[in-house]
Design a protein around this ligand. Structure first.
Ligand code: ADP
Length: 192
């Protein structure tokens, strides 16, 4: 099954994706994690991305597409994947669509985790205290939420138009939200 998780920073995408990975036994591909890995390893790409990420802006579409193409060419995605953090704008959505069509593996589901704005801010603040991510400072959080509403929210309509969108209420206990996601994709959760 090929699944893309959509939702604002703090919506719980990463947490739910990690659970879905265990449940569906397919890889979790987080572009944020891939980028943080590059930064930690001090690669050229990581050096380019570091400041942009710290400011809460989007890393270039070219870098992202290259990184994603690499990741999707690995054997472990043969049975599908859970994509988290991509696409983040309409250019990326179109590029992904083309890439998946080219490799004959179209997306099966888009799941949007819906969480009210105030709760997003509260959750990110909690995570900042717990994890100390360098982009969880107030200024960068504001920027990421801005980028989300201006650039990423239109991606939801992209998947709605393709009739692939499932909107899931992201408010509640982790288990509850997880069950809602499973219910949304269940009708054919045995897809490839
Ligand atoms: P969050 O969803 O909490 O903002 P992520 O881990 O998904 O966190 O992303 C962290 C940062 O990595 C983003 O703010 C952005 O700078 C960069 N990034 C991740 N995915 C993408 C993407 N698809 N396009 C551009 N930049 C990205």
């Amino acid at each position: 099954m090929r699944l893309v998780l959509l939702g604002a920073p703090g919506s719980g995408k990463g947490t739910q994706a990690a659970r879905l990975k265990e449940y569906l036994q397919i890889p979790h591909i987080s572009t944020g994690d891939l980028l943080r890995g590059e930064v930690a390893a001090g690669t050229k790409l990581g050096l380019e991305a570091k400041e942009v990420m710290a400011r809460g802006e989007l890393v270039s579409d070219d870098i992202l597409l290259g990184m994603l193409e690499d990741r999707l060419s690995r054997e472990d995605v043969a049975n599908g994947f859970i994509l988290d953090g991509y696409p983040r704008n309409l250019v990326q959505a179109a590029a992904l669509d083309q890439l998946l069509t080219r490799i004959g593996q179209p997306m099966d589901y888009a799941v949007q985790l819906e969480v009210p704005f105030d709760l997003l801010v509260e959750r990110i603040a909690g995570r900042a205290a717990a994890e100390g991510r360098s982009d969880d400072n107030p200024e960068s959080v504001r920027k990421r939420l801005d980028v989300y509403s201006n650039q990423t929210a239109p991606v939801i309509d992209f998947y709605r138009q393709q009739a692939q969108l499932n909107v899931v209420d992201g408010v509640g206990e982790l288990d509850e939200v997880f069950d809602r996601i499973i219910a949304a994709i269940k009708p054919d959760s045995d897809v490839g």
